[in-house]
Structures are given as structure tokens and as C-alpha cells.
Design a protein around this ligand. Structure first.
Ligand code: AMP
Ligand code: MG
Length: 330
């Protein structure tokens, strides 16, 4: 996945506001190209430390299953190398997440597309060395996935319809890893915790009897927040932003979230935040909303997800259910 260089621009995407209490227990691990911070409140420290270590191991296991980068062999890479038209059986977790991803592709009108592997590789934002100029328009055209791309057969196996179709779970697997990490914390008796993977979070319980307070990073002003959310229970909050991985070329910003229709970085938003019942959903939908831009806010409202975005001109746009939760500029 992405290398260390990118991590430092990610860790402030969500800030835990209101300070840490001395009785919070922390752990940090580098997983999925980012620093993952675990915070546990109101728990015995030995139990919390063992639970966080197990959760981190689980998240690393998910990275190994879904990454299309690095040296680890996995079924996703094997599928991407399989001959078009030949059915392949995928392991249970890949099968399930791919089904969910294709469902979100449909519901987002193609704004979220899990088969952009070839195009993402061409742009190179997750590769060994960060890119410094855009690829040629011919190369982009050649790397566009030919639709319909990925096909599930009645017997449950999958096939690629064309060599241009390569899976890339980069916009959803981090959310899934957070969900799995949180499942491990819960199984081990933790009731109050946050997993923050570079600004993508799931939280449970409360912070010593008060809601957790989460600051949403301003996409252009370093260290500043757009506002904050006070939340408790079991909530996932994920942000996609054009400040995470980008380069400037001839005064234009090129970043890692692509518009599947053009093969170019999406231009409707600077950042997009979605709250959902799982980090998997929040992750996929924040990427989709980033691509859809302000028009996507009403769609997310209809699907029951609070959402906000900063549009291309830097204007904050919020849907009705997010308005109930969001404190601006605090
Ligand atoms: P995120 O940071 O969650 O918005 O995900 C961005 C990552 O997902 C990129 O680094 C690509 O690997 C992949 N990606 C880029 N554009 C899209 C898209 N429109 N739909 C799905 N995945 C994408
Ligand atoms: Mg995402």
C-alpha cells in the first residue's frame, strides 16, 4: 500500500478534541499505509493493551488479504492476473466485500468503482515513488476499465470480462479493516474505544461518560478544523480528501480519488465526510460522495447517512441529518 511519506499528511484528518484523559490507553501501528491509533477508555490497562494488539494484528491480516501492492501474494492479485473470461473462486471475505463494493458502485451510479486497479496503478499514488506529473491521455484511455467489468456467475465464482478490469479495494478495505479491528476489541470486552486510521474512524461507547468529540480536518488550512462532531454509541466517520495524496503540476492539483467516467482526479470536492453504521460503508460512500460532489448529499440523506463536503470552491455543504450532529468552527 502507500508508503510512509503519505502518512504524515493523514494523521490529522480527524483530531480527537478535548484532550486525552490520563486514563486513556493508546497504541499506534503502521497499517495500510497509515498510522492507526487505538484509544481505549475506562478499561483495565492489561486487558486494553492485549485487545489493541489483537485488533492491530487483525487489521494487518485484512491488509494482507486485500492489498494489490507490495510482495504479499493474495487472491485479489491472483484474480487481477487471471485470464479474462475464466471463472475464479474468491475466498469468503473477498467475495463478501466485492459483493458489497459492486452494490455501492450501482447505488452511487458508478462514482465508486472497485475495478479501477489498472488506472490507479497508472496514476501511481499508492506505488513506491509518488508521481510528479499526470499520465498521457492515451495511457489513461487504455487503462480505463471496459464495462461491464466484473461478473459473478450463478455458482458464486467471479470473472474479469476484460484485461483492463483489475480490482482495487483502496477506497473500502481500510473501512473493513477498522470494522474487523473494532470487532476484536468488542470480543475482548472493550466497551469504550476509538480506532482512527488516518482520519477514518469507528468509535464505541463514550469518553468517561461524555460523548467522544471528533474534529474534522479543514482540507486547505493545516491544523484547522471545519468543525466538530460529538458522538457516542457505535459510529463510523470517514473522510476522503484531495489533500491526502497529491502533487501539483502546472498549478493544478492532481490527487488519488479518480472520477471513473474520465479517468482523471475528481474535481467536484476538496473533502467529503460520511457517517454510517459501519466503517466499510462510510469509507466507500465518502469516496463516492467526493466524486459525486454536492449533488450526492441528498442521495446520502435518502440512504440515511449524515454527510458533508467541502466543494471545489471551498464552500461547506451539509445534509439535513449531518446538520443535527455538526458543530461548525469549534
Ligand atoms: P479513499 O481515500 O478512501 O477515498 O480511497 C481512495 C483510493 O481508492 C485510491 O487510492 C484508489 O486506490 C481507490 N480509488 C480511487 N478512485 C476511486 C473511485 N472512484 N472508486 C473506488 N476506488 C477509488
Ligand atoms: Mg474510501
Amino acid at each position: 500500500m502507500a508508503d510512509m511519506r503519505y502518512a504524515f499528511s493523514w494523521i490529522f484528518a480527524v483530531l480527537l478534541l478535548g484532550g486525552c484523559s490520563p486514563s486513556d490507553i493508546h497504541e499506534t501501528r503502521f497499517i495500510m499505509g497509515t498510522l492507526v491509533e487505538f484509544t481505549v477508555a475506562d478499561a483495565d490497562s492489561a486487558r486494553a493493551e492485549a485487545a489493541m494488539a489483537a485488533a492491530a494484528d487483525e487489521m494487518q491480516r485484512i491488509e494482507n488479504i486485500f492489498t494489490i501492492y507490495g510482495k504479499t501474494d493474495n487472491a485479489v492479485k491472483a484474480f487481477n492476473a487471471s485470464p479474462p473470461g475464466v471463472p475464479v473462486e474468491l475466498p469468503g471475505e473477498v467475495n463478501a466485500l466485492l459483493g458489497q463494493a459492486l452494490d455501492i458502485e450501482k447505488r452511487s451510479d458508478g462514482a465508486f468503482n472497485p475495478a479501477l486497479g489498472r488506472l490507479n496503478r497508472l496514476w501511481g499514488f499508492s506505488g513506491e515513488s509518488p508521481p510528479s506529473q499526470p499520465p498521457s491521455s492515451e495511457a489513461i484511455r487504455d487503462a480505463m476499465p471496459v464495462q461491464p467489468c466484473i461478473h459473478r456467475l450463478p455458482d458464486g465464482r467471479w470473472q474479469r470480462n476484460h484485461a483492463s478490469c483489475m480490482l482495487d479495494f483502496g477506497a473500502i478495505a481500510k473501512g473493513y479493516a477498522i470494522d474487523r479491528g473494532m470487532a476484536v476489541l468488542k470480543q475482548r470486552g472493550i466497551h469504550h474505544a476509538i480506532i482512527n486510521a488516518g482520519g477514518d474512524i469507528r468509535l464505541i461507547g463514550s469518553h468517561h461518560g461524555k460523548p467522544w468529540r471528533i474534529g474534522l480536518r479543514h482540507p486547505r488550512r493545516k491544523g484547522a478544523v471545519l468543525g466538530s462532531l460529538s458522538v457516542s454509541g457505535d459510529v463510523s466517520i470517514v473522510t476522503s480528501g484531495d489533500y491526502e495524496r497529491y502533487f501539483l503540476y502546472k498549478d493544478r492539483r492532481y490527487h488519488h480519488i479518480l472520477n471513473p467516467q474520465t479517468g482523471m482526479p475528481a474535481t467536484a470536492s476538496q473533502s467529503a465526510t460520511v457517517i454510517a453504521a459501519s466503517a466499510t460503508l462510510a469509507d466507500a460512500w465518502s469516496t463516492a460522495l467526493f466524486v459525486l460532489g454536492p449533488d450526492g448529499l441528498a442521495h446520502l440523506e435518502r440512504l440515511g447517512m449524515p454527510a458533508l463536503l467541502v466543494d471545489r470552491k471551498g464552500r461547506l455543504k451539509i445534509n439535513d441529518s449531518m446538520r443535527l450532529l455538526f458543530d461548525q468552527d469549534r
